[in-house]
Design a protein around this ligand. Structure first.
Ligand code: SF4
Length: 249
């Protein structure tokens, strides 16, 4: 039996690994699935991927754990410029454009795809550690019903707050928690005010890339959030005027 932890770098999955280390739970491998924006730029926020690669992984390896970073053969940009192969836009030359909230193709093609491939290639029986805390009953239900998944947070009676405190104690809390309650790709259509403001203020080059994508012609989903019909240019205008007000005061 192999024991493998699915790790996102978030507080719950990180706390699960710390618990395995503290309690001598079996753990053969840790897998991290990295979404890529394009062939060279990570889809993870720069400070998060830096935390993953230069802080957390070296520590986990010093504890004796093997860490594998999985990549898909598809990137966000591939999904964005893909011409549709079916439906009413087939043959029109239109490109897919921005992922839809709630139906994110990036999750399917750039994150889950390589994870599925990884599980298929495992020849032994395996148990997967999932970072779900005791105060997440709906998510926990899924683990209880899955054959080969288990939660060390549940086994050791950890709530989300306890998971966060444990990460802090080991100095293993991702810097994303300084400004947002959740992680995710920097181009995520579910991002709220705080995440977008952070991106524009601290990573203007990435922000500009997204703005340029919204100027692309011939897109099926031609705005950043198709559900709320919000354009990134609308956010840009809002932030611009906020900056102007700040400079007046
Ligand atoms: S974080 Fe957002 S953009 Fe990234 S895979 Fe999840 S839903 Fe899609």
């Amino acid at each position: 039996m192999k024991y493998i932890a699915s790790w996102s770098g978030g507080k719950d999955s990180t706390a699960s690994i710390i618990l395995a280390h503290e309690h001598g739970e079996p753990l053969d491998m840790i897998i991290f699935s990295e979404v890529m924006f394009d062939k060279t730029i990570s889809g993870e926020l720069p400070e998060h991927i830096d935390f993953i690669k230069h802080k957390a992984i070296p520590l986990f390896e010093s504890w004796g754990y093997e860490v594998k970073i999985l990549h898909s053969d598809r990137t966000y940009v591939d999904c964005f410029f893909r011409e549709t192969t079916k439906g009413k836009f087939f043959g029109t030359g239109k490109r897919a454009g921005f992922p839809m909230t709630g139906k994110c193709v990036v999750n399917r093609d750039c994150k889950v795809r390589q994870i599925r491939k990884f599980w298929k290639e495992i020849e032994e029986d395996f148990t997967q550690y999932i970072g779900i805390a005791t105060d997440e009953p709906a998510r926990m239900e899924r683990v209880v019903n899955a054959d080969n998944q288990t939660s060390l947070l549940q086994k050791h009676h950890y709530t989300e707050q306890m998971a966060l405190d444990l990460c802090k104690r080991y100095d293993l809390l991702s810097p994303i928690y300084d400004f947002a309650p959740r992680g995710g790709c920097w181009f995520c259509p579910n991002a709220g005010y705080a995440e977008l403001k952070h991106l524009r203020t601290n990573h203007r080059d990435l922000w500009e890339k997204l703005l340029r994508l919204e100027d692309e012609p011939n897109l099926i989903c031609n705005m950043w959030n198709t559900l709320t019909r919000t354009r990134l240019h609308d956010w840009e205008e809002r932030f611009y005027w906020e900056d102007q007000q700040m400079s007046i005061f």
